[in-house]
Design a protein around this ligand. Structure first.
Ligand code: IMP
Ligand code: MG
Length: 182
């Protein structure tokens, strides 16, 4: 991954998706989700912290009834690349048994985070399990974890904003920007 090195390095941010583009795409995803779930209640699971803004917009855009829970995962590795060893740092509070579960992720990169989470959740016997990601980065995928709903696809590059961070910074930006070393 072409990742920025440290937060002390000088870097610039270049817009990739505007707030308006994100809002329009969220509405399209919500419509697709509503068609698929056909009025059934969806238990949406946000993977913290990156997807907090995305799920906030998504639950307001879908018409299907939803309940929300949160999970926080920790992956051992560098700040910008996961190692594939995942630990659940904050578990769900709800039972997902026999529920229609939709995992809401910020980014699927190698796919290792999601692959681990998926097997943890499948063990709990949900009625169904689907995955929605805001960003799909295909270039570094090492698993074939199925992703059902994709906001935007991109190849390489490290992005921030709309919940996504670089060393905990920039989550508050309303748009998505690429970090470039200068
Ligand atoms: P994976 O296990 O390699 O798929 O890692 C995915 C996770 O890494 C995402 O959920 C993000 O938390 C983080 N991540 C990957 N790429 C980026 C990026 O460009 N910006 C911010 N976080 C990223
Ligand atoms: Mg994440």
């Amino acid at each position: 991954m072409a990742s920025p090195n440290t937060s002390k390095n000088k870097h610039s941010l270049t817009q990739l998706f505007s707030a308006e583009e994100i809002a329009a795409r969220v509405r399209e995803l919500a419509a697709q989700i509503d068609r698929d779930y056909d009025g059934r209640e969806i238990l949406m699971i946000a993977v913290l912290k990156g997807s907090f803004l995305f799920i906030a917009d998504l639950v307001r855009a879908v018409k299907s009834p939803t309940v929300i829970d949160f999970v926080r995962l920790a992956s051992y590795g560098s700040a910008t690349q996961s190692s594939g060893i995942i630990e659940v740092r904050k578990d769900l509070e709800m039972s997902i048994k026999d529920k229609d579960v939709l995992v809401v992720e910020d980014i699927v990169d190698s796919g290792q985070t999601l692959e681990s989470l998926r097997s943890i959740l499948l063990n709990r016997q949900p009625a169904s399990l689907r995955i929605c990601t805001l960003i799909d980065k295909q270039a570094h995928r090492v698993t074939n974890v199925p992703v059902d709903y994709i906001g935007f696809s991109m190849d390489d590059g490290f992005i921030v904003g709309y919940g996504l961070d670089f060393d905990e910074r920039y989550r508050d930006l309303p748009d998505i920007r690429v970090v470039e070393n200068v």
